[in-house]
Write a protein that binds this ligand. Structure first.
Ligand code: GLU
Length: 475
């Protein structure tokens, strides 16, 4: 959607400046935090068949107030320096927001991954990784990438392997990248993490009745009607969990080739399978097809979930948005001028830097797992089960010796005895981080008259934390 609104990076800076003006930062610190520390551009050639193709890639480091710096690598033909720097900046604030001890970074490769074979992509990825590794722009203690749009576990496995080949004695080599497959040092729950985090964010929002009221909604998450943009990794998991576990009705879906709408709610898994086999949502039999899918952004619903790309809600269409609540599952879907219009209209926005932080939160768990060389739960799971069993058996014996005719049900015993494995622990850590994150921003939103929106509140939390860490470094 082309529009005259500021660029993605400028939009991030405008939101930052709005929040920073409410803080009493030492002179010069505001600029120090706002700007990207460095952006490395690399152009490299890869032989593909009988031709050599030149690719352009970036790795931007926004802030090194904590190291390593962290952030995904995106593969898209639209990747450019402005976008990579905006995303790197967001990573700094995102990590600070959810108390993940990293600075912000982001990478990108200008490429249409669909135009290459798997073998070609592996060669291109290894070559790009080589260029970054030799400059310590991929390194377990300095800069740790992860998947983003256009990349997945597969690319992360190639990057991890490339790093190990170049650092044969580094015992922590696997911690050089996160989002790896389980068999290559990944962690349970990383694939679903960003979508799961969106679900936890919405659950937490609905635990705050005052906030729900500010969005002109009432009741719980159950039964709410939502429209989703994008059925990629984030949108698919968010949509799936919200519809199957929270009874949210996903009435509309916007994809690359158009939109589909069904007032009764879509079966997300079914739509996903349709896209896998046909390449798009067109011809999906159980919903109405809408050629210009973008118009669905403006349809009536309780919750709008942009989970695709940046700059989809701009000053051009913001006025026509009818949702009560928008949760930014993607990075930067709302431009700064559109944000002002939405605030004016009383539409509540749960901002990207908090809403989609689930990915980096679980990346953090994966990195810690790699550095500790042991799966979470491995030592304590059976011990927990043993102690629970002791308790249940003892209580059951006690019940038998009384006149009370009571006993624990088999179902309860089964659940109660189950010690937490890695997946349960990861979800618990993610849920906790998302709850605490929301509580921090909600508190500011509700207690300060000069803070009209959750985004400004989130920036305030993040900037104060980054500033405090600079202060303790003597800056
Ligand atoms: N690319 C994801 C994001 O934008 C994940 C980053 C990470 O796990 O480091 O947050």
């Amino acid at each position: 959607m082309s529009n005259n609104d500021p660029s993605f990076l400028r939009s991030v800076e405008i939101s930052f400046e709005k929040a920073a003006s409410l803080l009493d930062l030492p002179p010069g610190l505001e600029e120090k935090i706002r700007v990207c520390n460095s952006t490395y551009t690399v152009r490299f050639g890869v032989r593909l068949g009988n031709r050599i193709e030149t690719f352009t890639g970036y790795r931007s480091v926004h802030s090194e107030h904590m190291e390593p710096v962290k952030g995904g690598i995106r593969y898209s033909p639209h990747v450019n320096q402005d976008e990579v720097e905006a995303l790197a900046s967001l990573m700094t604030y995102k990590c600070a927001m959810v108390e993940v001890p990293y600075g912000g970074s982001k990478g990108g490769l200008c490429i249409d991954p669909k135009a290459y074979t798997t073998e070609e992509l592996e060669r291109i990825t290894r070559r790009f990784a080589y260029e970054l590794i030799k400059r310590d722009l991929i390194n377990p203690s300095q800069n740790v990438p992860a998947p983003d749009m256009g990349t997945s576990q597969r690319e992360m496995a190639w990057i991890a392997d490339q790093y190990s080949r170049m650092n044969t004695t580094d015992i922590n080599a696997r911690a050089c990248v996160t989002g790896k497959p389980l068999n290559a040092g990944g962690i349970a729950g990383r694939l679903e993490a960003t979508g799961r985090g969106v679900q936890y964010a919405l659950q937490e929002f609905f635990r705050h009745p005052g906030d729900v009221k500010r969005a002109r909604l009432s009741g719980s998450l159950r039964g709410k009607k939502a429209i989703l943009q994008g059925l990629g990794n984030v949108g698919y998991h968010a949509g799936l969990f919200l519809s199957t576990e929270d009874e949210v009705s996903i009435i509309g879906l916007i994809e690359r080739d158009g939109g589909i709408y069904n007032e009764e709610g879509l079966d997300i898994e079914d739509v996903f399978q349709h896209i896998q086999t046909t390449g798009g949502v067109k011809n999906y039999p159980k919903a109405k097809f809408i050629e210009n899918g973008y118009t669905l952004l403006e349809e009536e619903c309780d919750i709008l979930i942009p989970a695709a790309i940046e700059r989809v809600i701009t000053s051009e269409n913001a006025n026509r948005i009818k949702a009560n609540l928008i949760i930014e599952a993607a990075n930067g879907p709302i431009t700064a001028p559109a944000d002002d219009i939405l605030i004016e209209k009383g539409i509540v926005v749960i901002p990207d830097m908090y809403a989609n932080a689930g990915g980096v939160i679980v990346s953090y768990f994966e990195w810690v797992k790699n550095l500790s060389h042991i799966r979470f739960g491995r030592m304590q799971r059976r011990q927990e089960e043993y102690r629970s069993r002791l308790l249940v058996e003892e209580l059951n014996d006690m019940f038998q010796n009384t006149t009370l005719n009571v006993k624990f049900s088999e179902k309860f015993i089964d659940h109660f005895l189950q010690g937490a494995g890695e997946m349960e622990l990861v979800r618990s850590g993610l849920d906790d981080s998302m709850r605490l994150g929301y509580q921090a921003i909600s508190e500011i939103w509700n207690s300060r008259n000069d803070v009209a929106d959750l985004r400004t509140a989130a920036y305030l939390v993040a900037i104060e934390r980054v500033a405090a860490s600079y202060a303790s470094k003597g800056l």
